[in-house]
Write a new protein. Sequence first.
Length: 149
Amino acid sequence: MGIVVPFTLLLIVGAVVSVVLLRRQAGMSTAESGLAGLDAEVEANRWVVRLGGSLAGLRPGADEAAARALAEATGRHHTARGQLATARTPAEYARARQTAVEGLQYVSAARDALGLASGPPGADSDADDPNEGTARQLRGVGGRFGVTA
């Protein structure tokens, strides 16, 4: 019985020390990647909100091409919101951001089909485009819209 109490205390101290060390390691990695993750979240959220604002009040009327483009943009908005709600890593936030940008491309195509201005300044800006320097673009072929690579 005399050895049980010191042995139990030694086990408790060892457990506490290991928990503290694990938390410190996790805290350091969180601190290092936390800012990048927060930046990615804010950026993705900005694009999703921008897409939602671009969809607000935009009605296709009788134009079928505009209606299809707006339907695609609305679908991208719903998808991006879902991705944003479940995202936890910078890569997941980047996917949500990309989906929202694709939705904005469909909104731009719908506005073009309706004969409206392309949107607010910066909506199609290369500085804000995550695909800058790539060949991704929106094309309307026979009244159908799609993002092509």
